[in-house]
Write a new protein. Sequence first.
Length: 152
Amino acid sequence: MDFDEIDKKLLLFLQENSKQTTKELSYKLNLSVTAVYERIRKLENLGVISKYVALLDKRKINRDFVVLCHVKLTQHKKEHVLQFEKEVMNLQEVTECFHVSGDYDYILKICVKDMADYRNFMLSKLTTLEHIASTHSSFMISEVKNTTAIVL
């Protein structure tokens, strides 16, 4: 999909702060409030903007122990893949899940309180899922970059 320079700027501004009013955006873009509103609605209707969210500070909600867990399935049968994906959607500690190529089949981003909380999650939730052959966990030491913005 091609975007003009105004759409690119608008999307960047919205990714920085989606709570900006159309009036504030109209000043930044040198457009009328109506023009900004129409561009935003067009981008929403096209599915370019899929939703608006509040990003939480993991430290302030006591979920700053971040784990990247690599998961290998026992087999790559379609029903096993689909079942795993359905079950992982219900694990509230998992904030992201990627089906990947390489030595492992999935990478999960897990946010919990601490190591004890992660151990409990592993023993009572993750390892109870069917068709998991093995896991490998890496723990975040520090967060170097964390952004949701995509530059066009």
